[in-house]
Design a protein around this ligand. Structure first.
Ligand SMILES: NC(=O)c1ccc[n+]([C@@H]2O[C@H](COP(=O)([O-])OP(=O)(O)OC[C@H]3O[C@@H](n4cnc5c(N)ncnc54)[C@H](OP(=O)(O)O)[C@@H]3O)[C@@H](O)[C@H]2O)c1
Length: 282
């Protein structure tokens, strides 16, 4: 069962499992914040495995609506953990690099202590804890900077769309060069999830493409691919004054995958090239 099946990541997960008996559920079919809705869905379909991609994840909205953020990202995850345990289903849950504070300045591994800086990160971390303590057969997967062929529904697009739109509208584009992450192609992540769940190595995983870059370097690669001459200016995150704290460095190392010999995730810039080439063909 895939929850959030029409989302950015969910739609690629449905794609990579197309030869299996997949139950794709959208927000119309299930409301994870409501225990009864989750219970009914699991009892109706009796899945062996549930992949939850649903979240409330526009960071500024989470900050304004902490109750909703906890209702979906924490209690919603708790509802899934209990329903999966009671129905003997494995739970695969997507979490985030924003559980870290960014002070480490070298890639975070799964055993590093989380210290989220904002409501979104805290509510996602609480969701992880519920799963850890309520549902023994789980895979918690932290990822970062997603893009894919479907739009991110919560954000109305992805960073690539944003840059290409800005390039049409503005002579100069300012992009932050002191926030470092790993952009991750949803199809690569979906394939790795498909491989990982064939194992019974349950637990916490970091899964992103490899390497890292600033948002500014990410933008540079996009414009380079399209051969667009854009006046791209590197600025500090402080330029976009915001009350909301974000980690300045949220690179994840796929350490748990490395330990089981499964980290063959390609570099972020290779994955980006493949994605942009496919997009161009279409
Ligand atoms: N996007 C990123 O860069 C990023 C980075 C790190 C981690 N993540 C994590 O990755 C996951 C997937 O992200 P994404 O970009 O694929 O998200 P997305 O495109 O916004 O998809 C989320 C899906 O979940 C559904 N949904 C939202 N709230 C729900 C609820 N209360 N009950 C049931 N379904 C609900 C949405 O449906 P509606 O749109 O109809 O509400 C949508 O189908 C999230 O858990 C997010 O925290 C994302």
């Amino acid at each position: 069962m895939v929850i959030g099946a029409n989302g950015q990541l969910g739609s690629d997960i449905v794609k990579v499992f197309s030869s299996e008996n997949v139950i794709p559920l959208t927000h119309k079919d299930v409301e994870i914040a409501e225990g009864a809705s989750v219970k009914n869905a699991l009892e109706a379909y009796k899945p062996d495995l549930v992949i939850n991609t649903a979240a409330y994840h526009r960071i500024s909205d989470c900050e304004k609506n902490a109750l909703k953020s906890f209702g979906i990202n924490s209690i919603g995850t708790k509802n899934l953990a209990i329903a999966c345990r009671e129905n003997k289903a494995i739970l695969v849950h997507i979490s985030t690099d924003y559980v870290f504070d960014g002070e480490k300045k070298e890639p975070y591994i799964e055993s590093d202590s989380p210290r989220p800086l904002n409501v979104y990160g805290i509510s996602k971390l609480a969701g992880e804890y519920y799963i850890k303590y309520l549902c023994p057969k789980h895979f918690i997967i932290r990822t970062s900077g997603l893009y894919g062929s479907a739009k991110c529904r919560a954000k109305g697009g992805n960073f690539i769309d944003l840059m290409l739109n800005l390039a049409k509208e503005q002579d100069e584009i300012e992009v932050v060069n002191d926030e470092v992450l790993t952009p991750t192609y949803t199809l690569d992540l979906a394939r790795k999830i498909r491989d990982l769940i064939q194992t019974d190595y349950f637990g916490l995983y970091h899964i992103t493409n490899n390497g890292s870059c600033s948002w500014h370097q990410f933008a540079e690669k996009i414009f380079e691919f399209y051969n667009l001459k854009v006046n791209l200016k590197a600025v500090s995150a402080e330029r976009f004054a915001s009350e909301i704290k974000r980690p300045r460095y949220s690179v994840l190392r796929n350490y748990a995958l490395e330990k089981i010999g499964m980290d063959d995730m390609r570099k972020w810039d290779e994955a980006l090239k493949v994605f942009l080439s496919r997009r161009k063909e279409q």
